[in-house]
Design a protein around this ligand. Structure first.
Ligand code: IPE
Ligand code: IPE
Ligand code: MG
Length: 228
């Protein structure tokens, strides 16, 4: 396997609010159109020969700071999305998984998430991970707390990796849309050697053609992983 094989792609879907504002719509409209776009990008990934996992940042541990109405809208949208996408998951043989602390969500939404994971768990084509109430620091802190409960006196990187919610899945490419160039507490551990791409396109406008272009550029990059 060459160092430029793409197995795990991660996306920070940013710019929904700005997309809507530019058009004179409410921010929530941007979230709605943005959610539709996840399907297109996911089915592109499912058709791609080497991508095994696509992780999308949908709601961060910091997004609770937003106005209550926007947060409530996002929770309802997530429920609607999962209900509707079940068909896509089954049709394209996609396994759905959530990472993040979903205990903070309503019981009904938690059930929707767990049920969708259960129904799709035997699908083998692509794993689609949605990061929901996710924070990289929270994920690492939870792993450390689990280790404190164990008998261990010394821990290795592997011990920590195995206790993360995405056990030892290094990211090959991280894409962030909307022109912002920051990580915003996404997959801090798993991004150690990811190639980073920052697109100026707002998430609702991000197409599979642009993704295809980014993946082509990726194959030109030389990942050294600290070596020569
Ligand atoms: C990303 O779009 C979606 C979420 C964080 C839920 P934003 O809502 O952050 O859109 P901008 O950055 O305000 O344009
Ligand atoms: C990151 O976007 C979180 C998601 C895309 C879910 P934000 O819009 O919340 O990030 P900041 O506030 O610009 O860093
Ligand atoms: Mg944003």
């Amino acid at each position: 396997m060459s160092s430029s094989t793409i197995k795990h792609l991660a996306i920070i879907m940013d710019g929904n609010g700005r997309w809507a504002k530019e058009r004179g719509f409410k921010r929530t409209k941007g979230h709605e159109v943005g959610a539709e776009n996840i399907r297109d990008i996911t089915t592109y990934c499912a058709a791609h020969e080497s991508i095994e996992t696509a992780t999308f940042y949908a709601f961060s541990t910091e997004n609770w700071k937003r106005p209550k109405l926007e947060v409530e809208f996002l929770m309802k949208l997530l429920d609607k999305y999962l209900k509707k996408e079940l068909e896509t998951y089954q049709k394209h043989n996609i396994r759905f998984q959530a990472i993040g602390n979903i205990d903070a969500f309503s019981k009904a939404l938690q059930k929707r998430i767990r049920d969708t994971e259960e129904i799709t768990k035997k699908n083998t084509n692509l794993k689609q991970i949605l990061a929901l109430n996710y924070g990289g620091r929270a994920e690492i802190t939870d792993a450390v707390n689990k280790l404190l409960q164990s008998e261990k006196k010394h821990v290795t990187e592997k011990d920590i990796s195995q206790l993360l919610q995405t056990p030892y899945e290094d990211i090959d490419i991280l894409i962030r849309t909307s022109g912002e160039e920051r990580i915003s507490n996404f997959l801090l551990w798993q991004l150690s050697y990811a190639e980073l791409y920052f697109s100026k396109t707002l998430w609702p406008d991000f197409t599979s053609e642009e993704l295809d272009n980014i993946l082509k550029q990726f194959t030109q990059r030389h990942r050294r992983f600290g070596g020569l």
